[in-house]
Write a protein that binds this ligand. Structure first.
Ligand SMILES: *Cc1c(COP(=O)(O)O)cnc(C)c1O
Length: 348
């Protein structure tokens, strides 16, 4: 977190405040900053998924909120592409929903989505990113089919920043009803914060389910410190010079590339995007001998200061690693380079 975010959290920690009023005011500010109708702060993106589904389930209606759980009035399904099943989708079960899958690992058809929407359907959950199988229907097609049947679309965009435009493009431009983001990933906010943006009625319904009310999602309470920190982080993120940040990342990756270019047994190459297809450049170091690659990874893992890398695994064997500049502070790119170079050296 930046000094500004920490200062905001510090100041909030020393204040007494009405939490309902804070949530409403924070939502207004975040809606402005993210060019959305409405916004709400949660204790993480997974919490935002739970609250989004609860909001759709009961529309903020007190009798619906009070009777949950235990009153299985009706089945309650969320439609997802098989290609979009992720480890985080258990959040849907926490809100009492079951998942109905459409398509498979190789293909999805529009008629499958049309057929999956029944009177039991609550919502469609859409997960963007090129790290998932690229066989899902485009978001605008999903929105058109779902909206024609009165069904809202929720986008899990937890880690889909940058680009900054994603804060508004899924909802304002592509028509999704709600989009949810992690506060503690690229936004640089508190780790235990999340951001929900989208339709005013659904955001208000989410708030009706959450803390400080003594209701089902009280267990997902977000603190005033996180709320203040997230507002500051989002405000900072939307006013960042993202081109300059990207240029800095590219410079780091290019300097790594130059440093590793003549290293025997290693092939260095620059990739323009991260594993999810976002504009975060990174360096790939290919090591063709899996035993050597394993040794390099072990040396890096045991390094002090610790360097965390993404291993390049194929058929269960390491074939190299990726280095990404995204969270490094001034001076750290050089440390990373030294640790990795000496690990490669020791692995000989
Ligand atoms: C990280 C992530 C989450 C969970 O986010 P938290 O803020 O840690 O709760 C949910 N969905 C996706 C796709 C994620 O990448």
């Amino acid at each position: 977190m930046s000094d500004e975010v920490l200062a905001a959290m510090n100041e909030a920690a020393r204040c007494s405040i009405d939490m309902h009023e804070l949530h409403i005011a924070a939502g207004k500010r975040l809606a402005q900053l993210t060019q959305n109708e409405a916004a709400y702060v949660t204790s993480g993106c997974a919490a935002a998924l739970v609250l989004a589904v609860l909001a759709i389930r009961n529309n903020g209606d007190p009798s619906g909120i009070i009777s949950f759980p235990g009153h299985a009035e009706r089945p309650f399904e969320v439609v997802m592409h098989t290609a979009h099943r992720i480890p985080y989708d258990s959040a849907l079960a926490l809100a009492g929903a079951t998942i109905r899958q459409i398509g498979n690992a190789q293909q999805t058809f529009e008629w499958e989505l049309e057929a999956a929407i029944t009177k039991e359907t609550a919502a469609v959950l859409y997960v963007p990113g090129t790290h998932l199988a690229q066989v899902a229907l485009p978001l605008d097609v999903v929105v058109a089919i779902a909206h024609a049947r009165g069904i809202p679309v929720v986008v899990d965009a937890a880690a889909q920043l940058p680009p900054v435009e994603n804060l508004w493009s899924f909802t304002r431009d592509q028509g999704a009803d709600i989009a949810v983001f992690s506060g503690g990933k690229a936004l640089g906010g508190p780790q235990a914060s999340g951001l929900m943006v989208g339709r005013t009625d659904l955001i208000e319904a989410a708030r009706q389910n959450g803390a400080p009310y003594q209701r089902w999602a009280r267990a997902l309470k977000v603190g005033k410190e996180e709320i203040a920190g997230l507002i500051t982080a989002v405000s900072r993120f939307v006013s960042l010079d993202h081109r300059a940040v990207h240029q800095d990342w590219l410079k780091t990756v290019q300097s790594w590339h130059a440093a590793f270019e003549d290293t025997p047994g290693v092939i260095a190459s620059i990739e323009p995007t991260n594993e999810a297809g976002q504009p975060v450049p990174r360096l790939h170091l290919g090591i063709s001998n899996p035993e050597r690659a394993r040794k390099v990874l072990d040396f890096i893992d045991a390094s002090n200061p610790r360097v965390m890398v993404l291993p390049d695994m194929r058929n269960g064997q390491p074939h190299g690693l990726w280095l990404t500049p995204e969270i490094l502070k001034a001076g750290e790119p050089g440390n990373v380079q030294n640790v990795v170079l000496s690990s490669i050296d020791q692995s000989k």
